[in-house]
Write a protein that binds this ligand. Sequence first.
Ligand SMILES: *Cc1c(COP(=O)(O)O)cnc(C)c1O
Length: 395
Amino acid sequence: MGAGDRPGDGRLDTRLIHDGRDPAGHAGAVNVPPYRASTILFPSVEALDSADPEFRSVRYGRTGTPSSHAFEEAMAALEGGDRAISFGSGLQAITTCLLAFLKAGDHLLMVDTCYGPTRAFCRRLGRLGIETTFYDPLIGAGIADLIRPQTRVVFLESPGSQTFEVQDVPAIAAIAKARGCTVMIDNTWAAGVWFRPLAHGVDISIQACTKYVAGHADANLGVAVCTAATAMAVKLTAVEVGATAAADDLFLGLRGLRTLPLRLARHQDTGLALADWLAAQPEIARVLHPGRPDCPGHALWRRDFTGACGLFAVQFHQTLPTPALSALLDHLSLFGLGYSWGGYESLALPCDPRRSRSAVPWQGGTLLRLHAGLESPDDLIHDLSGGFDRLRRTL
Ligand SMILES: *Cc1c(COP(=O)(O)O)cnc(C)c1O
C-alpha cells in the first residue's frame, strides 16, 4: 500500500468519509438510512422475472438492500477488493467463506492461533468429511511442507488471537496460491486500516465489524472482502445458507467507518502507553503486543502493518490463583470484564490458550488480554495500578 493510505494522511481518511454514501439517492440525507425490508415490490411481471445472477440489484431483503450495498461498497474500497459481502457476524463471514471453498475430501490448513469459535467450526467441518491441520503461526514459507494435493484453503489470522503472533502473510499467500489454494485471513485486529491483505496476495479478507468498524459495542456485523475470482462463490454460499446482515447493524457499521482512523489512532496510542506501563511491573513476564520487539513476528509487523489497534495481552510469571485474579480485576472501575473488543470502552479478560492450541503448545503463567479504550490513558493506568496493588496484597 502507498504511504498515502495511512490514517492521518489524506487519501484513506477522505475515502472513508465519502465512500458508500449517496445523499442525492436518499432525499439528501447524509447517511444511507437503514433499509428494513424483506419484501421488495416490483412494478411488473417483466421486472419480477429479470434475473440478477450476481445479486447486485435489490430483489429480496435477505440478499441485499441499499444498506448492505452501501456498506459493502465502502468496505471493498477500504480493503482494496473487487467486492465485499456483508454478514450478520464475523463468525458467519468466516464459516460461510470456508463452506464456499471446501467440500468432502478436502483439506484445510488453519492457523493454530485462530479465533476460538473458528477452531470449533473446524470440528464441524470434520463431520462433513473435511480434514483440518492446524499450523504454527510463525511457519512462514515452511507452509509448503504442509500443503497436500487435497489442500483447498489456507486460513490465516494475524496477529493471532490471544497471543498476537504476526504471520508472514506474503510468503504464505504466495506459496499457497502457487499450489492452487484459496487464501483467507481474519483481519479483524487491523480493522482493514493497519493492514490490507489483498495487497499481500490474500484472496479473501474477513473482519468481525462487530469490533472496530462498528466501534461502539452495539452491533453484530461481519464482512468478507474478496478478489474478483472469489466473490461470486462467497455470495452464492451466503445466499444458500441464508447469511445476511441486519439493516440497523449495517447502518451502525457504515457510521462507524467514518471515524475509524481517528479512533484507531487513539486506541493505538493508549494501548502502547498501557503496554509500556505493564512491562515495568515486576509480576509481568511478557507483553504480547505486535508493536513491541518482544512480540513474535514484530519484524513482520513493522514490514507489513502501518499501526496497531488497542488489543494486546500480558503474561504473568506465575499462574494466578482465582482469588489473585479477582483481586486484580473485580474492582477495576474503568476496565470492564467481557468478551469482544473494539468498542470505545476498555476491557480486560483472562485467557487460557493452552485449551486451544495443538500445533504449538502454550506454556507459562496467566495471560490477561486487554483492550485499550478511548478513556484518558492516565486514568486507565491509575485504574490498573489500583488492581496491581490489590493483587500484591494477595500474593
Ligand atoms: C470477535 C471476533 C470474531 C467473531 O466476530 P463476531 O462478530 O463476534 O462473530 C472473529 N475473529 C476475531 C479475531 C474476533 O475477535
